[in-house]
Design a protein around this ligand. Structure first.
Ligand SMILES: Nc1ncnc2c1ncn2[C@@H]1O[C@H](COP(=O)(O)OP(=O)(O)OP(=O)(O)O)[C@@H](O)[C@H]1O
Ligand SMILES: [Mg+2]
Length: 273
């Protein structure tokens, strides 16, 4: 029994090293996930927040990096509006290191965010890649919210990710644009892509926009990793900076996707309102 405990303590010490800023160096390098879409407003930031929250609750040290320069929202979603001392702008200007600018969320111990600056700031793909490199040792997952609008640097940044999550709603324009984006990533050599279908409801499936989920998957042309229902409870929670309630259907979907990201098999169940 005692030997077991001692081995456990030695193992824990080997796995993590405190760097003085409160963040422990892990043994493994993080997985970088870029969350993107063709059209704006598909739910990229919501997906980042939901996945970050559930991954952290599952015990994974997770960092969200927000690239929505001038239009940040993760601070509001996590109720951190008045707690953000530094942001990506401070890191890009060299005033702060990335680790110093990271803000831990009170909602989940393992979840930290690096918010976009409130002003428009120019950035290069190399700078973002350097930032990811500098914090890679401290997080198991780095999730990048690519923000609204597509520019060439977004393609360059997304190319560096280990996995691209393409977010689409059942809206025809959204599906077409998601497909075009995915083709571009594919042509640039990034074949590791998965589709998240967001804002699914009974109203749009079967009657109004698409006949079934397969139609969306075929139109976008990317393998599915999860389906998020249109969930008003989540909209209210993220709008008020509260944790997503445990009875939220969207939270259950995020939890399942987070497990799938770790290689776990979780059957797909789609609960629509
Ligand atoms: N599954 C969902 N159920 C209900 N509301 C949702 C869902 N996903 C996103 N929303 C709502 O849709 C709106 C847009 O979401 P969000 O800001 O995450 O999109 P975005 O893709 O990040 O937008 P942008 O392109 O402007 O960055 C928000 O009001 C959000 O609360
Ligand atoms: Mg956004």
């Amino acid at each position: 029994m005692y030997i077991r405990i001692i081995i456990k303590i030695i193992f824990c010490r080997f796995r993590s090293v405190n760097n003085g800023s409160g963040y422990r160096k892990g043994k493994t390098m993080s997985k970088i996930i870029a969350v993107t879409s063709g059209k704006g407003g598909t739910g990229k930031s919501t997906v980042c927040a939901g996945l970050g929250y559930t991954l952290a609750k599952q015990g994974h040290r997770t960092l969200l990096i927000e690239l929505d320069f001038g239009l940040r929202c993760l601070d509001i979603m996590f109720g951190l509006e008045s707690d953000i001392k530094y942001d990506l702008g401070d890191v890009l200007s060299g005033r702060k290191s990335a680790l110093d600018a990271v803000c831990q969320t009170p909602m989940a111990n393992n979840l930290s965010v690096l918010c976009a600056p409130k002003t428009l700031t120019s950035v290069t793909a190399e700078q973002i890649v350097d930032i990811c490199r500098s914090v890679k040792k401290y997080f198991e997952y780095i999730i990048i919210d690519t923000g609204a609008g597509i520019s060439s640097h977004v393609f360059d940044i997304v190319e560096q990710a280990n996995l691209i999550l393409v977010v689409s709603t059942p809206d025809p324009v959204c599906m077409r644009d998601a497909g075009l984006m995915s083709d571009e990533f594919y042509n640039r050599g990034n074949k590791s892509q998965r589709l998240i279908i967001n804002k699914i409801s009974k109203k749009v499936i079967g009657e109004a926009l698409v006949s079934n989920l397969d139609e969306i998957i075929d139109k976008v042309g990317v393998q599915l990793i999860g389906v998020i229902p249109d969930d008003f409870k989540m909209t209210v929670a993220t709008g008020k900076g509260n944790p997503i309630p445990t009875d939220s259907a969207a939270l259950k979907a995020f939890d399942a996707i987070s497990k799938r990201l770790g290689g776990e098999f979780v059957p797909l169940t789609v609960k629509t309102a």
